[in-house]
Ligand binder design. Structure first.
Ligand code: 6LW
Length: 498
């Protein structure tokens, strides 16, 4: 049977996976968004179902004033003696911490910090010992994997941090994980930067503290030589043996927008590839060391068929899993109802490193068809494709005496507004057609069915290659009110289809 990569689409970067009996769990990074660290469950490693987020309380994470792509960096999830641990970095405060839960469907603990620097922390448990691993650098600034033993009940270090391995010389050594498989400890990491040169390397040792011997076939996985291939930047990932003895590697990658358009705007996504053991105790990842768009597995490995089509509406999107907010949202400004969302704008705009009234969902496919009715009330309200505060496109509807709607595009310090189009009544219907290269924005006259184009915007200026950073595009409903009149805008009939 065949499956398609990415298995999880849209901004779900830096995956980490673990097994608890016959179920698999995955977490991803979330940066300045709240709630943080989305959490998924799977029974077959191919189909992933979101069951919540690990960070659900503002008290678990400092996000105020955190710049875009700051905040929560790569997490690791581990299951040990009936307890789940999620360890990550708040990069904006250079703080490594973990939280835990005994109920994967419930709330997670408050954070426990660990005094080891570096990013991409991981945990390894052996017997009653707990090890804390992260990237770091030596006194000359050369990237390294470092580890210490900790007391898992307090986070206190029980040993000094020691450098285990310095990788293969690629830039940005990150995503280290330590495993014990058979006689060896295996140390996996990623190098090359989370871009087109991304790759996975590993080494092994009979002692956890090393010395580690590099796999002679490194990089064990990379798409860096597949120029123009739809999936690029295969790297940063994690290994799991499933309950039937099959081995898997889940990792980040992105889809570039076209063969000769080396841009990606949907963020880093999750691919899964098989892992194969060799007789000499080394392993191989992927298909000939690459991560393809389609993987054929032997019939003995069964999984449910994938379904990539969707229709997202107010009725089926959930607060728990789907809606994202910037930093620490002021929830009194949001009224979620079964068939609508009402928003109360403040003077915080989409250009600010603050918390505008903005409820977003990830854009998960290049091609999307979007409808929404907007009643702006006495403020500005609209739909925004948001990469960061400097890169976003939005349809803005304005109420008042002369209701109108227009397209605004912000690309760095450039801001452009297309001509506005008037509408009658309180409400306008917006239609947006997204493809890999462009967004087309329309206002639709519901009486005549006639569409008037508001403008066209190019996806590439919302890409990571233009904007920088580690996030991807989200589509948000927003309200802005410079006078803070306590007015409400209402959104109804949202339909996002693919
Ligand atoms: C993450 C690092 C990386 O912590 O990007 O691909 C950083 N890798 O491992 C932010 O996602």
């Amino acid at each position: 049977m065949k499956y398609q990569n990415p298995v999880l689409r849209g901004m779900y970067p830096d995956p980490s996976i673990c097994r608890a009996e016959d179920r698999y769990y995955m977490v991803c990074s979330s940066f300045q968004f709240f709630p943080g660290v989305p959490l998924f469950e799977s029974t077959d490693m191919i189909n992933w179902n979101q069951i919540g987020c690990c960070i659900t309380r503002p008290s678990q994470i400092a996000l105020d004033g955190v710049r875009s792509s700051g905040g929560i960096f790569a997490p690791t999830i581990r299951y040990h003696q009936g307890r789940f641990y999620m360890v990550t970095t708040n990069d904006s405060f250079s703080e490594n911490f973990y939280i835990y839960t005994d109920d994967i469907y419930g709330e997670w603990s408050d954070p426990i910090t660990v005094e080891q620097d570096g990013i991409d922390p991981s945990l390894f448990f052996e017997g009653d010992k707990s090890y804390f691993i992260s990237n770091g650098s030596d006194e000359k600034g050369v990237g390294s994997v470092q580890m210490c033993e900790i007391d898992i009940s307090t986070g206190k270090k029980l040993t000094e941090s020691k450098i285990l391995w310095q990788g293969t010389g690629g830039r940005f050594l990150e995503a280290p994980h330590v495993y014990r498989f058979g006689d060896y400890y295996y140390l996996l990491e990623a190098e090359g930067g989370t871009e087109y040169g991304h790759m996975v390397n590993y080494a092994r040792s009979k002692s956890i503290w090393g010395p580690y011997e590099a796999y002679p076939g490194n990089p064990v996985l990379t798409n860096r030589n597949l120029g123009g291939y739809p999936i690029q930047a295969a790297g940063h990932g994690d290994i799991v043996e499933d309950a039937k003895g099959n081995w898997w590697f889940a990792h980040l990658a992105f889809r570039q927008i076209d063969k000769w358009f080396t841009f990606h705007h949907l963020g880093r996504e999750v691919c899964v590839v098989p892992m194969k053991w060799r007789e000499d105790g080394w392993f191989e990842l992927g298909i000939n060391g690459t991560s393809p768009t389609e993987v054929e597995l032997p019939d003995s490995i069964s999984f449910a068929p994938q379904n990539f089509s969707y229709e997202k509406t107010f009725e089926n999107l959930t607060r728990k899993n789907d809606w994202l907010f910037l930093r620490h949202p002021i929830m009194e400004n949001y009224a979620f109802a079964e068939h609508s969302l009402k928003l109360k704008g403040t003077k915080v705009t989409l250009d600010d490193v603050g918390t505008p009234t903005f409820a977003a969902i990830r854009q998960t496919e290049f091609h999307e068809d979007i409808y929404c009715d907007i009643a702006p009330g006495k403020q500005q309200a609209g739909i925004c494709f948001y990469m960061d505060e400097l890169h976003h496109y939005e349809v803005v509807a304005e109420g008042g005496e002369r209701p109108c709607v227009y397209l605004r595009q912000t690309i760095g310090v450039l801001s452009h507004e297309n001509a506005s189009v008037p509408f009658t009544g309180d409400c306008c219907r917006i239609h947006i057609v997204a493809d890999n290269l462009q967004y087309h924005f329309y206002i639709l006259d519901t009486d005549t069915g006639k569409e008037t184009e508001l403008g066209v915007a190019e996806t590439r200026y919302l890409s990571s290659e233009v904007a920088g950073g580690f996030t991807g595009v989200v589509m948000g409903l927003f309200a802005i009110d410079a006078d803070e009149k306590e007015a409400w805008a209402e959104f109804t009939n949202l339909k996002v289809s693919h």
